[in-house]
Each structure stands twice: as structure tokens, then as C-alpha cells.
Design a protein around this ligand. Structure first.
Ligand code: ZN
Length: 493
């Protein structure tokens, strides 16, 4: 039986403002779309947090036994400056400033994005489509919305008619805004340009002669509006209605609101069943922004080359830090917080070493089955990773008690404890056992154990030259072997 059948997962749905039982459209299968990065600069740490939240969600859904198709796009055209309707394309601007091809900009920052996500141990999405690879699909959707009378063309640009759409539908259902309020708030603005209404948004923009990123269309050369690509790519791979749409809280309005309007206009049905939004990351209590200097890149944290933190922190520690907050809460990054996370991470990883050495008894002093379910209960409660981590430390406390002989554990329970710890720490939270300075300590311990075995073989064959050589060469590497009555152990200096 798949795990999801015995677990009751609830998610906070931004669309209804409620925590709801999660039921996928097709039993056992989940379609999930997450708005990906606009690849015109190095990936922002705040964006990493958003993508990490959905990586953890993806991992947990897979752990429950669902077959998940996870689509996360790359925005390589159409995203204008300040997320606005007017202005330069972010990628085209970077290309102009650096005098390189727009696709060079896209390539450079897509590679950077993947490198950083690899360091953070992300699982790759099932499909990673690009906006420029789906121009035809976007044009088809625009043609249909125009035919339905819910968009209009002006001078080679096409705008979505929000007012008209709102007559029969509800524009603002996700963000909780009312169109009348939005209109009265913007009435004083005079320069509306080509739009009938300031709330209308571009489905297609005419390319001015100097605009390098351009595609032919029934309305002349141009490029698609930013909101449209997500509608085209999500529904192409996941269907007209799919299970989960995720993204940063900042995308809720207008981006996701516009996605809903476009999809409902085109398909006549709501595109998404559960909208999930991840909250932002602040730095020393303030919003992160390049313009104020209150900003740091992931690589600057990993290398320690920055003026904000006292030392370098590994990607695993930063990941652990991010997992210690619920994905819908604001999380503040600071030196103290990272140092505390580093200690916590080390304590958690050390427990895996201790687990290997525990001696088993006939009975167990703590209820492993109940503890295991409490780990699931945490994750079933809208992916509550901080509560899960508290449960993992509850286990660490018992592991240390058992090591000190103050508690007992039976053989089967020890196996269940090891299996559950592995599943939640490595598979679900996506942490890696990489302790700073000594590389992957689990791997290293395994290798040293092999060498200890070879040395024991040599000693029993009275081949003391080989056994001494193994001992001395390990010592040169800072690994000291200690022979005791229970066998050989080692310490790393
Ligand atoms: Zn999007």
C-alpha cells in the first residue's frame, strides 16, 4: 500500500485562505507547477528559499508514494523591468548593457541557477520548459482569448480585458482584491497608454525596431507578456486543471491572478486546485535588496567572502537553516541564526554516527512507532518542517540516552529508527551529511571501516608490515586508530 493512503495531508490553499485536505485530481498522481527564475542575473537567495520550499514539498509528496510531475519553468523572455507592463525586457537590457546576445545572458544565468541548486541538493524538476520554447502555444492562447472577446488589439499589442472578464468571472479571487477598489485607486493615473483600463495586462507586446527579442505573430513582430508563459507551459504539461501551483508570495498579485484569468478565459475552468505560496527571506531584519546593499549571493555565503557574516557556511547548513522555518513564514537570515543552525546540523549528523554504534537490548524504552507517526503528522500539517525537525531532535535525545546506557533499544526498533531518520533527514528535508572540513563524514567513516577490516586481516595473518602501514598512513591523514577490547575505533583530529 502506498503511504499516502494512510496519511492525511493538509495544505494551506491561498485561494480559499484555508487549510484543506489534499486530494489530487487523479489518485496517485500529482501535477505541480512552480514559477521559475527570470535568468538575467545570479539567482537570489530569497528565490532559493522559495524553490527549496517546493523541493521539500516535491520530496515529501514523492516519499508518500505519489507519482509527481513537477514543472518549473525558466523565464527567458517577456519579463519586463519592475514586473511592469511597460519598459525594457530584463534579459534584453542585460544583453544590451553587456553587448552580448540575449541567449548568452540566458545561458550564463541558467547555468548559475542550476549550479547553486545543485549545491543545495535540489532534485531536478520533471520538466523545465522555457518561455521562448513555447511562443507558438502562447500565440494560440491569445488568438482564442481574442476570439472570445476577452482581449483587444492595439497597434500590434494585445491586452487582456480585465473589466470584461470580471463581468462573468471574478478577477481578484486569489489576492482577495476587488476590481472596483483597484479601479478607484488608479483613477487619478492619466497615462494609460494603449490600455482601456490600467488593470488590463499585456498578452502580447509589439516589438519596437530596436527590440532584439522578437517573434512573428498575427499582430506583427513582438513578444509574449510575462504572465502568459506560465499559463501556456503549466497547462501544456499538466492539463487544463492541475493540482498544485506554487511560487513566491510576491507573485500572488498580479502574476498568479493574471494566470487564473487567462486560463479561465481560454479553457473555461479554474487552472489550479491548490495555490501554495512561499514567504520571503529577510537579511538582518530587513528586506533584501541590491540597491541598499542588504543583499548576499549564495556563493558569497559558501565561500565566506562577504562583509555580512563572520565565516563561511556550507550549503547544507544554509539548507538546514531554511528548513527550520515553515515555508509560509518570513525567515530572517543573520550570523547568529546561521551559527545556531550549524550547531544543530552537526548534532543531527553526529547522531547518525552514534546510531551505527548503538548496542541493542531485548526491549525499547521509547515508542518508536508513535514517534515516527509524529514525524508524518508534522509534514502532513502543511509541510511543517520546523515541527518535523523538533521531532528529529527528540529522537537525537533518545539516541544519546541509549549510547550512555540510560535507555534501551531493541534490534527491530533500532532498524526502524535508523530507517525513519534517514527518510526524513535525507529524502524529505534533502539534507546531505557533509560536515565542514571533513567532507562527507558518513562516507569517510565507511572508508575507514574498510581499512580497519583490511588491517585486522593483515594482523591475523601476522602481516604486521601491512597493518602498521595502514595505521601510520591513516595517522598521517589525521585519523588515529585506537585498539580496544571491543575492536578498533578511530578519531579524526
Ligand atoms: Zn509564473
Amino acid at each position: 500500500m502506498q503511504l499516502y493512503k494512510s496519511q492525511r495531508l493538509q495544505v494551506y490553499n491561498s485561494l480559499t485562505g484555508k487549510k484543506e485536505d489534499f486530494e489530487p485530481l487523479n489518485e496517485g498522481y500529482i501535477g505541480m507547477y512552480v514559477c521559475g527564475p527570470t535568468v538575467y542575473s545570479n539567482v537570489h537567495l530569497g528565490n532559493c528559499r522559495t524553490f527549496m520550499s517546493f523541493d521539500m514539498i516535491f520530496r515529501y509528496l514523492r516519499h508518500l508514494g505519489y507519482k509527481v510531475r513537477y514543472v518549473r519553468n525558466i523565464t527567458d523572455a517577456g519579463h519586463l523591468e519592475n514586473d511592469a507592463e511597460e519598459g525594457e525586457d530584463k534579459i534584453a537590457k542585460k544583453a544590451r548593457l553587456e553587448q552580448i546576445e540575449p541567449m548568452e545572458v540566458v545561458q550564463r544565468y541558467t547555468v548559475d541557477f542550476h549550479e547553486i541548486l545543485d549545491k543545495f541538493n535540489f532534485l531536478p524538476p520533471s520538466i523545465e520548459p522555457t518561455a521562448t520554447g513555447h511562443i507558438i502555444e502562447q500565440i494560440e492562447i491569445i488568438k482564442d482569448i481574442l476570439e472570445k472577446g476577452l482581449a483587444y488589439e492595439v497597434n500590434g499589442s494585445v491586452y487582456f480585458d480585465v473589466n470584461k472578464f470580471n463581468q462573468e468571472n471574478h478577477y481578484g479571487k486569489l489576492s482577495g482584491r476587488k476590481l472596483e477598489d483597484m479601479i478607484s485607486n488608479t483613477r487619478e493615473l492619466t497615462a494609460q497608454g494603449e490600455k482601456r483600463n490600467p488593470q488590463d495586462f499585456a498578452l502580447w507586446k509589439r516589438a519596437e525596431p530596436q527590440h532584439i527579442m522578437r517573434w512573428p505573430s498575427p499582430w506583427g513582430d513582438g513578444f509574449p507578456g510575462w504572465h502568459l508563459e506560465c499559463t501556456a507551459m503549466s497547462t501544456k504539461y499538466l492539463g487544463e486543471t492541475f493540482d498544485i501551483h506554487g511560487g513566491g508570495m510576491d507573485l500572488k498579485f498580479p502574476h498568479h491572478e493574471c494566470e487564473i484569468a487567462q486560463a479561465e478565459a481560454h479553457f473555461g475552468c479554474p487552472p489550479v486546485r491548490y495555490w501554495l505560496h512561499a514567504n520571503m527571506l529577510t537579511l538582518n531584519g530587513k528586506k533584501m535588496a541590491k540597491s541598499t546593499g542588504n543583499n548576499i549571493l549564495p556563493n558569497e555565503i559558501f565561500s565566506g567572502e562577504n562583509k555580512i557574516f563572520s565565516k563561511a557556511f556550507s550549503p547544507a547548513v544554509v539548507r538546514f537553516f531554511m528548513m527550520q522555518a515553515h515555508y509560509t513564514s518570513i525567515l530572517d537570515l543573520s550570523n547568529d541564526a546561521l551559527e545556531a543552525s550549524e550547531k544543530g546540523y552537526k548534532r543531527l549528523m553526529d547522531s547518525f554516527e552514534t546510531l551505527k554504534k548503538l548496542e541493542v537490548s531485548d526491549n525499547t524504552d521509547f515508542d518508536i512507532g508513535r514517534w515516527k507517526q509524529s514525524c508524518y503528522d508534522a509534514m502532513n500539517d502543511d509541510f511543517n518542517s520546523p515541527v518535523l525537525i523538533a521531532q528529529l531532535f527528540e529522537a537525537v535525545k533518545h539516541i544519546n540516552q541509549i549510547r550512555e546506557g540510560k535507555e534501551k533499544i531493541g534490534k527491530a526498533d533500532l532498524e526502524l529508527l535508523i530507517e525513519t531518520m534517514h527518510a526524513f533527514v535525507f529524502d524529505v528535508l534533502g539534507l546531505e551529511n557533509k560536515q565542514e572540513g571533513i567532507g562527507d563524514s558518513a562516507l569517510l567513516a565507511g572508508v575507514v571501516d574498510v581499512l580497519i577490516g583490511l588491517r585486522n586481516d593483515a594482523r591475523s595473518n601476522k602481516d604486521f608490515a601491512t597493518s602498521d602501514k595502514i595505521r601510520d598512513q591513516l595517522l598521517d591523514l589525521g585519523i588515529q586508530l585506537k585498539d580496544g577490547k571491543d575492536g578498533t575505533s578511530f578519531i579524526i583530529s
